[in-house]
Design a protein around this ligand. Structure first.
Ligand code: PLP
Length: 388
């Protein structure tokens, strides 16, 4: 980004995660301090003060002039500098992924939302909009989509980690004058960059990989257009969607190690899936019936879209019965039986606990940064226990 002072260096994600906010530091501390103030001194020089009627009070975008923290605060600004750099656009951070999604639907205010399977919470937000406005939910790539509508693609998709064809969806949306938003939560950089396919907006639940430690809620919208960012900031300031100071600080701290976490998690997941797939094909584990992951997809678009050789660290398996799916998590020692994903600790979830749209025999796994062979041994022992 031009505003971070590093634009002439052509830095990579790992460097940007540590340095993209350097020029935003307002104290000399190397580790960014946690600023908790909700309000800030006005300038002590009266000649610099402007009445509200002569300035835009709903936006704080002038570097290091803060007024009230719902509109902007020092840590949030640093987080956005890093997120803008690593997500390849202009980022706006929110108090959760669904708060970000609410920001996107509010901004686009579409007549139709064309949305497929995927994260149930986004469907819940869309249902609220159908109550508040004339928004109509229609299937993904539905023939009714036209100008002014919004196409929502989640890829890789919850809970399987399978990829949807972005180039095809973008061509569909734009040929009809619609906008396209991608929920890219399951594959943050460097695993994929939806902007390479000319999408209009990218969303992440930063609670997941960007946060990465299962200890903060946050979300982010990314746009290529600075004017759109400005409009999003304005709405966020009024709707109160900004993250709390502490969460923003935790997120900034977490972003420093972002790339090494995601790469380790994706490599570990690749090893687990390869082992599960071969166990399935060789019939080594009678109760294992299905393995879902983009690394097992054969369509040509998949490796164009995710071209690092790594895929989402989250995927799903199916086992022989709902009863086994319900009981298996309790036998694992290195996986917590919990919902959510993206953290450094591996999780497994009997997905029927939170999602009514999946088979009851499905287990979703979010792979952490533990040793892959240890995770495989743990999973193998439990799967064989139920096969005996
Ligand atoms: C978790 C998640 C969300 C919602 O994010 P929150 O931070 O929980 O509000 C949206 N989309 C996907 C794909 C998710 O996994």
């Amino acid at each position: 980004m031009s505003t971070n002072g590093l634009s002439d260096l052509d830095l990579q994600i790992a460097s940007l995660s540590v340095h993209a906010d350097d020029s935003y530091a307002i104290v000399s501390d190397v580790a960014p301090p946690l600023h908790v103030s909700t309000t800030y001194h006005y300038d002590s020089d009266p000649s610099k003060l402007k009445a509200a009627k002569d300035r835009d009070v709903s936006v704080k975008d002038e570097k290091t002039t803060f007024i009230y923290s719902r509109f902007g605060n020092p840590v949030m600004e640093r987080v956005e500098a890093v997120l803008s750099a690593i997500l390849n656009g202009h980022a706006v951070v929110y108090s959760s992924g669904l708060s970000a999604y609410t920001g996107a639907l509010t901004y686009y205010n579409p007549k139709r939302l064309s949305i497929g399977d995927g994260y149930h919470g986004c469907h819940g937000v869309a249902r609220i909009f159908t109550r508040l406005s004339s928004l109509e939910k229609v299937p993904l790539l539905d023939d009714s989509v036209s100008a002014g509508d919004l196409v929502h693609v989640e890829t890789p998709i919850n809970p399987t980690g399978l990829c949807l064809d972005l180039a095809k969806a973008v061509e569909f949306a734009h040929s009809r004058g619609a906008k396209i938003l991608v929920d890219a939560t399951f594959a943050p950089p460097p695993l994929q960059d939806p902007f390479e396919f000319d999408v209009d907006m990218v969303m992440h639940s930063a609670t997941k990989y960007l946060g990465g430690h299962s200890d903060l809620l946050a979300g982010v919208l990314v746009t290529k257009d600075p004017k759109v960012r400005q409009a999003l900031l304005q709405d966020r300031g009024l709707l109160g969607g900004a993250p709390g100071n502490f969460e923003a600080w935790l997120l900034l701290r977490s972003l420093r190690t972002f790339k090494m976490r995601v790469e380790t998690q994706a490599k570990n997941a690749g090893k687990l899936v390869a082992w599960l797939d071969s166990a399935l094909k060789n019939n080594e584990i009678p109760i294992l019936t299905k393995v879902y992951h983009a690394s097992l997809q054969t369509e040509e678009f998949v490796t164009k879209q995710m071209n690092t050789g790594l895929f989402s660290p989250t995927f799903s398996i199916e086992v022989a019965s709902a009863e086994i799916a319900k009981s298996l998590p309790s036998r694992l020692k290195l996986f917590h039986h919990s919902t959510s994903l993206g953290g450094v600790e591996s999780l497994i979830e009997w997905r029927a606990m939170t999602d009514t749209s999946v088979p009851e025999s499905l287990l979703r796994l979010s792979i952490g940064v533990e040793d892959a062979d240890d995770l495989i041994a743990d999973l193998k022992a439990a799967l064989l226990f139920f096969s005996a």
